[in-house]
Ligand binder design. Structure first.
Ligand SMILES: Cc1cc2nc3c(=O)[nH]c(=O)nc-3n(C[C@H](O)[C@H](O)[C@H](O)COP(=O)(O)OP(=O)(O)OC[C@H]3O[C@@H](n4cnc5c(N)ncnc54)[C@H](O)[C@@H]3O)c2cc1C
Length: 415
């Protein structure tokens, strides 16, 4: 334990978990965010701690689907035309990552990172005494069509091959788990090793409160600039004054790219926007998160109703929300869960911090030894908070990491 003064930039699931792990190592930690902890992308996700998510988005053969992603707004992954120019470097790398050899490599990397994600959260959950907020409810994938079920098999085979517990169900098996779902469901796949929080914002916020109660400091300010001082410390210019830090960890999620560039790091990171519609008066019961394999969206039980979650849309962080994408999910949800009422609904858009290889950026700066990076967690940032916190603390302390961290090397996009 070296007791350094460390500033963590960003209080999402990633930043808060890092702050807690660094605090556990005896460091004096300051957390900065322009908003309340947990208000960014960590606010409105499905709340799943998906210990089974080892399949990257860039799969072999996806190149054939790109024209439809550009033209058909109803596609689960849509690319906004007007940002095509600025998204080009991301898309080109995405196509490279879809090559069979890269795909296999990326699966291996995810399989090292993801399965231990709940275990990595556990010490933080126990210390904050928030065990009831996270439940081992599993994740249920359902299929109405034979074609979709058949297509999904490759994905589940990869999970099985990487040690994930995968249970195939018939229609009766699905009904036993979720009696309220539509009768036309033919198949289900249950992943019992997944956990869910019914309020991801409250979960992250409660961990942040524990961090502060334990002596951590939280500064609510918008960071405008970062630079290095001659003595190797960082100068943090905010809308509320200038701060100095012996060490900094950059965890601004989808907003990290321009700040990483301040430290000389060019990363392939863009916003993969996702949406939710909250239905506060659902009128039906849902016991666990259900994922439609036919239409690629999820229904998740939340503290105040049912959350319909999904879609992925590549655009820049500053682009305005495209709420019709969220609205399209509601009739699909009402079909899947008959009787689901949509009165009083609210909508939200979040910026998934997306990298073309589906792998996060975790590591120390090659040029500034007091700077660390932890962002780009794609579809799994809530899942990977605890694991990323643990890894960053290991890197800061110089402890040997539990597995090879080279796939997450911040410099990989510069090669
Ligand atoms: C619809 C949807 C569903 C999802 N479902 C799941 C799921 O079930 N499970 C899962 O694991 N993942 C899920 N994800 C992905 C997950 O939400 C993200 O990967 C995760 O929230 C990223 O966490 P983060 O801490 O890196 O970023 P964020 O939560 O966005 O945190 C970054 C923080 O940085 C702050 N910040 C940024 N710029 C500045 C600045 N200049 N100054 C000060 N503060 C700044 C922001 O205010 C924010 O609080 C989902 C995402 C979406 C959109």
């Amino acid at each position: 334990m070296s007791g350094d003064k460390i500033t963590v930039l960003g209080a999402g699931a990633i930043g808060v978990s890092i702050a807690l792990y660094l605090q556990r190592d005896g460091h004096e930690v300051r957390l900065i965010d322009r908003d309340q902890p947990g208000s960014g992308c960590s606010f409105g996700n499905a709340g799943l701690i998906q210990c089974a998510s080892v399949v990257p988005v860039a799969v072999p053969g996806i190149a054939r689907k790109v024209p439809r992603m550009l033209l058909d707004r109803s596609q689960p992954l849509f690319i906004q035309w007007r940002y095509l120019g600025s998204l080009a470097p991301y898309l080109l790398r995405f196509l490279v990552e879809a090559r069979a050899d890269r795909f296999t490599k990326n699966i291996r990397a995810l399989a090292s990172l993801v399965p231990g994600s709940f275990e990595a959260y556990k010490p933080l959950i126990d210390a904050a005494n928030i065990q009831p907020m996270v439940k081992p409810s599993g994740e249920l994938h359902v299929f109405e069509s034979d074609v979709a079920f058949k297509e999904a098999q490759k994905n589940f085979d990869i999970r099985r091959a990487n040690g994930v517990d995968v249970e195939v169900l018939d229609a009766d098996g699905v009904r036993q788990l979720e009696p309220g779902l539509v009768r036309s469901i033919k198949y289900g796949v249950f992943l019992p090793g997944c956990y869910q929080t019914t309020n991801p914002f409250r979960f992250v916020n409660a961990m942040a409160q524990h961090f502060v109660a334990n002596g951590g400091s939280f500064v609510k300010a918008s960071v405008e600039d970062l630079s290095m001082e001659a003595d190797g410390s960082a100068k943090i210019t905010t809308d509320n004054g200038i701060l100095s830090a012996e060490k900094v960890v950059l965890a601004f999620g989808a907003f990290s790219k321009p700040f990483a560039e301040k430290f000389g790091l060019r990363v392939n990171l863009d916003s993969e926007r996702g949406y939710h519609v909250n239905l506060p008066n659902p009128g039906v019961t849902l016991n666990r998160a259900v994922i439609s394999g036919d239409h690629r969206f999820a229904l998740a039980p939340i503290d105040d109703g049912v959350r319909v979650v999904g879609t992925a849309e590549l655009a820049k962080v500053g682009a305005p929300p495209n709420y019709p994408r969220a609205e399209r999910l509601v009739p699909l949800a009402k079909h899947l869960l008959p009787g689901l009422a949509d009165t009083g609904q609210t909508k939200w858009m979040g910026h998934r911090p997306s990298t073309p290889d589906s792998l996060p950026v975790i590591g120390r700066s090659a040029t500034h030894p007091n700077v660390y990076f932890a962002f780009g967690h794609n579809h799994s940032g809530l899942t990977l908070g605890g694991m990323t916190g643990k890894l960053v603390a290991d890197i800061v302390e110089g402890r040997p990491p539990p597995f090879d961290l080279s796939p997450f090397d911040p410099e990989r996009f510069q090669r």
